[in-house]
Design a protein. Structure first.
Length: 207
């Protein structure tokens, strides 16, 4: 199933001149990764602390900027010789922390049930874990959808805009979080299934 991840090469092409200037300035991929996570944590905490629906308007703006920073740190690592073991850990762990921080404020918004909001946080982390398990199982890092990181950014950002500019949400929106949880569960299953299939195919190839 196509996801926003398939648009990543075009997005990177637009960012390449900026990335070169960042590399020339001596800024590292790991610094960009940590910066994105720290700002995400501050943004999430700020929304919760403000107790204001308008504060949710931070989300669509920050998710767009965060997607850019995520692309930049990856390009710095691959294209400017900044790959490192520490960077690999930071890239995965910081994404999980940032997702949790930015989704958590929805637990305070009616009619979302906090239990479903935290189910989404848990399944988002589990989907990323299923993705990074690929290399351990003899496959590549899995990015299968239907609800990968870029798709979550789009949906959660749009939801933040809705909460920020609208009044009370209608009762039927209580189903949004269960639907997102279901999409994440399917994402986990797809990443595991496709990773297993990839590893099996690789093991049968002539050495």
């Amino acid at each position: 199933m196509p996801t926003l991840y398939s648009l990543k090469p075009r997005f990177q092409a637009l960012l390449r001149p900026l990335v070169k200037r960042i590399a020339d300035a001596g800024i590292s991929a790991n610094q960009i990764t940590l910066l994105a996570a720290i700002i995400s944590a501050i943004a999430g905490a700020g929304i919760i602390w403000s107790d204001s629906r308008q504060a949710f308007l931070i989300l669509p703006v920050w998710f767009l900027l965060r997607m850019g920073l995520n692309a930049i740190d990856g390009m710095l690592a691959r294209e400017f010789g900044q790959k490192s073991t520490l960077g690999a850990y930071l890239n995965e762990l910081c994404d999980v922390v940032a997702d949790a921080a930015l989704i958590a404020p929805f637990a305070l918004v009616a009619p979302f049930a906090p239990a479903w909001v935290f189910a989404v946080i848990f399944l988002a982390a589990l989907s990323e874990y299923a993705g990074v398990m690929g290399p351990l199982a003899g496959a590549g890092r899995r990015y299968d959808g239907p609800f990968g990181k870029s798709d979550r950014a789009l949906v959660i950002g749009a939801l933040g805009m809705w909460v920020g500019i609208g009044g009370p949400l209608p009762p039927w929106t209580a189903w949004i979080m269960p639907v997102l949880a279901l999409l994440l569960a399917v994402t986990v299953l797809n990443r595991v299934r496709n990773g297993v299939a990839e590893a099996a195919a690789s093991s049968k190839e002539p050495q």
